[in-house]
Each structure stands twice: as C-alpha cells, then as structure tokens.
Write a protein that binds this ligand. Structure first.
Ligand SMILES: *Cc1c(COP(=O)(O)O)cnc(C)c1O
Length: 388
C-alpha cells in the first residue's frame, strides 16, 4: 500500500504512471501457493492480466506456470523462464504461426476452442513431426453473474466447445494422428465474486466429464480456469482475494478421479490489487450539476471503466481537506473517458496526486496510444528510491 514516503517520491515523478506494490504481490503469491500445495493443485498465471517482466519474474519464482492466449504470450512466458511443461494456451483464434511457436516450445496443452482449430493443430503438428497435447475448452453454458463483456461461459459467448459437439469432436480426434486429448478446460468469466458460481461450475465439470468417461475417454487433466474476483470497492481493507473460500468451495464440490491433475489459471486475483495509477489533477471544473476532477491519466492508461463500466476506488494522496463529491475524468476526447461519475475525495485542487486503486490487472497491458498519448511508465516498490 502507498505510504507517505512513496507520496514524497511520487511528487518528483512525471505523471501518470503505474506503481506496483511488490511486497503485496509476494504476500498474495505466498497465500495463493499455500492453498495450491495444500490441495495438490496446479496453477498457471494468466499472463494477459499483467505481463511486466518484473511481475512475471516473481510469479514464475513462486512456482506458477503460465496461461497464454496468444503465441506472443507463449514466447514471452518462455523468455521469462516459465518451463514449457507448465505453459497452457487458449484462445478462439490461434493463427498458424502462433500454433507453430507453441509446438516448437513444447507446451503442456493447447486448450482448443473449436473442431476446425483441432484439425489445423493436427495438420501443423504432423508437418513438424510432433504430437500436440490438447484439451477441450468446454462451454458449460453457465452465467458467471459478472459484466457481459467478461462473461465467457454462456452459450452466446464465442468461447469453447459446446456439449452437443462432443460426439463429433471426439470422433474426429480419434482419426487424427498428431493430437492427443489430455483433458478438459473451463473458464467461465472474470471478476466472479459470487462463490456459488464456482460450486455450479464444479457440478457442470462433473456432469460433462462423465460423458467422456462413459465413452471410454480418460480425462487426465481438469482445468477450471481463472475468474476469481477482487474487492474493487474496498481495496485497502481487502488487498488479497478470498482464496480461502474459493479453494474450499472447489475442494468440497469437485469430484477428483484417481491420478487426475487439477489446474487453475488465476489472473486478476494475483495481480489486481498490487497496481495503482498515480495521476496529477490538471483542473477542477465546476459544472452545472457536478464538480469534475480532470486527471492527466485517461482511458488510454486504464480502459476498464470505459470498456466494462468498472469501478476503481480512488484516493487523493496530497489533501486532507473536507470530503467532497466529484466526477473524475480523463483528458481523452471521448465521453466514455470517465473513471467515475461520483466519488468522495478530500477537497481537490490542481496539482494534487490521485491514486487509482486496483489497477494491477488489465490495466497497463491494455494501455494504448490514442490521442498520441505516450504509454505510461511504471515503477516498483522495490525500486531503491522507494526503499530509502
Ligand atoms: C483471462 C483468462 C484467465 C484469467 O482470468 P482472471 O479472471 O483474470 O482470473 C484464465 N483463463 C483463460 C483462458 C483466460 O482467457
């Protein structure tokens, strides 16, 4: 978390920038891996949530594998020391070049999202004289009770293979010499805080894997994906995700067959709370109905509010003035460049530093250069200047 010493250094830095609390990341990883060990599970960090090398380094050192959604992410994972035997690769649109990258690396599993994709992987693997290990990403038709843009396991979502296709897909796989089916994969959405969703997921996993067992197909691996949410409302009070309830509910509800390996793919829950955007107030504009705080950070630095109507808690680091209601907006020429329509901040003026909390996941990685803004730099709490 940000302390006064940090704020003193922030005052000397060009804004906006990302700040990462690496101690919090370490603590989060320690707790997470303690559950993984306790239940004998396997974890693959979803690289797309945050791919800063320093962050990947800590996660890799903590023993997690990598969950990738592009060939570029597979290459990045390998470059950052993740063992190929701990890399899994999902995505509805794997290109030929990306498939080749992953085959060359020798990853653990292609998590396949359609029949035509499996056929293409087989053909490319055949050309390279390799056998590709594949899992079927199953769309279990579950509503994850999250924002529609981060729900991935309903029938209308583009992800995964539906149960009605099992017959045709498994028949097709039997005829392919260069793919080997090793498991089933599920990932039903993100920022899931309703734990009953995971209970339902366990039930669906059991029901669906039974189909395979009844058809004489052994399922060595079950991958339950990621999706555990974090507390965006109270990040200071709840800096670490509720791993305890999550793993308890899964342990209690998932039926594991002898020899079966269970996998997870956390993204947001690992990195979400360790990142902040530090931004300067450019103007406070008094409107007809509200006061606008106009920041130098915008949707180009953090697109989640514009894309998913996401809420991020904020704090004025440099004011102790009376709590006042503001709308907080960015400088980009889009009406959706609004961080919040209403938040209480200490009385704010030009030059104040505002911290936007919980920006560690799907923040910096989604940065863009719209309006020709430069990509925000980042700083780590382990940087000497913060440790003095
Ligand atoms: C994005 C993604 C994840 C991580 O999701 P979180 O909600 O950040 O935990 C895991 N698996 C797959 C396949 C993904 O696409």
């Amino acid at each position: 978390m940000i302390n006064e010493k940090h704020t003193e250094v922030f005052k000397t830095l060009k804004t906006p920038f990302y700040f990462y609390d690496m101690e919090l990341l370490k603590e989060t990883l320690e707790l997470y891996t303690s559950y993984i060990k306790r239940y004998n599970y396997n974890a693959h960090y979803a690289i797309k949530a945050n791919a800063q090398p320093e962050i990947l380094h800590l996660i890799q050192k903590a023993g997690l594998g990598a969950d990738c959604v592009s060939g570029m992410e597979v290459a990045l994972a390998v470059k950052n020391g993740f063992a190929p035997s701990k890399i899994v690769y999902a995505g509805v649109g794997k290109s030929d070049a990306e498939i080749k990258t992953a085959l060359k690396a020798g990853i653990y599993s292609f998590n396949c999202e359609s029949a035509p994709e499996i056929k293409v992987i087989n053909d490319i693997a055949s050309g390279m004289g390799k056998i590709a290990k594949i899992s079927l990403r199953v769309n279990p038709d579950i509503d994850a009770h999250t924002h529609k843009y981060i729900s991935t396991g309903r029938q209308e979502d583009k992800f995964g293979i539906s149960p009605w296709e099992f017959d045709a897909v498994t028949e097709m796989i039997k005829g392919l010499k260069n793919v080997k089916l090793i498991g089933l994969h599920f990932h039903v959405g993100s920022q899931i805080t309703d734990m009953s969703v995971f209970q339902l997921l366990c039930r669906m996993v059991e029901q669906l894997q039974r189909w395979f067992i009844e058809h004489g197909i052994k399922i060595e691996n079950l991958n339950l994906g990621g999706g555990l949410g974090i507390d965006y409302q109270n990040p200071v009070k709840n800096p670490i995700a509720n791993f305890k309830d999550y793993f308890e509910i899964i342990h209690k509800n998932l039926i594991v067959r002898p020899g079966q390996k269970i996998h997870f793919e956390p993204g947001r829950a690992i990195v979400g709370q360790c990142g902040e955007i530090i931004s300067r107030v450019l103007y406070v504009k008094i409107g007809q109905k509200q006061k606008f705080v106009i920041l130098d950070a915008g949707m180009n630095d953090l697109i989640r509010p514009a894309l998913y109507q996401a809420h991020h808690d904020m704090e004025n680091l440099t004011s102790t003035g009376k709590l006042t209601k503001y709308a907080v907006v960015g400088p980009v020429c889009e009406s959706s460049d609004v961080f919040t329509k209403s938040i209480l901040l200490n009385q704010t003026q030009r030059g104040d530093l505002i911290a936007i909390h919980s920006a560690g996941a799907y923040g910096q990685v989604m940065g863009m250069r719209y309006n020709q803004k430069p990509l925000a730099k980042c700083y780590y709490s382990t940087d000497k200047r913060f440790c003095k």
